[in-house]
Design a protein around this ligand. Structure first.
Ligand code: CA
Length: 224
């Protein structure tokens, strides 16, 4: 198991590196966001432990860049105890979030838990309809091998349509399953989201996969 620590405070970095090595991990260290990003691009890591406050490119910047290019597990470290920071980290795709100061056993337990999730992720879980693919574990979608960027809601909507491929889903079902609340029935949130999703996964391609059944709902299936 190879871990990367991106941390500018030498004492914290040494403490982490030493403790993790004693526990059998192979550990690399970077003391700036730029160096860390460079190392992470050089070779695959099972987990990146990323400090938020870094000189130059900070932890948020590293997180966004890494997340855009890989599915490596990322644990954020921060001295800020603010909920907003935690939410921001998780929104940007961090897998876990640990506040400083932390107890080493807690760090080890969280690392083990994240690495277990890596193992589970190796199970095939990709959904496929025609040339459209969706990997829920990595939160990614492709059509014809082309990566498609989706917002969280678009992803959830596509995930639902693909899980139920071939079945008609009503607007009410979609709202309750994707938005998890009861919207006013007059709202056009589903139509708008379907239109946006179509613009990304259907419009650029000849074979359309999302079909509208007027007055009934939507179905995703290959009709060629
Ligand atoms: Ca720092």
């Amino acid at each position: 198991m190879r871990l990367l620590i991106i941390e500018d405070e030498p004492r914290t970095a040494d403490y982490l590196q030493q403790g993790l090595r004693e526990n059998g991990y192979v550990v690399d260290c970077a003391s700036s966001g730029t160096d860390g990003l460079h190392l992470a691009r050089q070779q695959p890591y099972d987990l990146v432990i990323l400090d938020v406050n870094l000189p130059g490119l900070d932890g948020w910047g590293v997180l966004q860049r890494l997340r855009a290019e890989s599915s490596t597990r990322i644990m954020m470290l921060t001295a800020h105890g603010r909920l907003a920071d935690r939410v921001k980290g998780l929104d940007l795709g961090a897998d876990d979030y640990l506040l400083k100061p932390f107890e080493f056993p807690e760090l080890l337990a969280r690392i083990r838990s994240l690495l277990r999730r890596n193992d589970q992720r190796l199970q095939p879980s990709t959904l496929k309809v025609a040339d459209l693919e969706l990997d829920p574990g990595r939160h990614r979608a492709w059509r014809g091998g082309q990566r498609i960027d989706l917002t969280a809601k678009e992803f959830a909507l596509l995930h639902l349509l693909m899980r139920q491929s071939g079945e008609v889903l009503s607007r009410t079902q979609i709202i309750s399953l994707v938005w998890d609340m009861n919207f006013d029935c007059d709202t056009n949130v589903v139509e708008v989201s379907i239109r946006r999703l179509r613009a990304k996964i259907d419009d650029p391609f000849d074979d359309k996969l999302i079909h509208t059944l007027r007055g009934v709902g939507y179905v995703l299936e290959a009709r060629t």
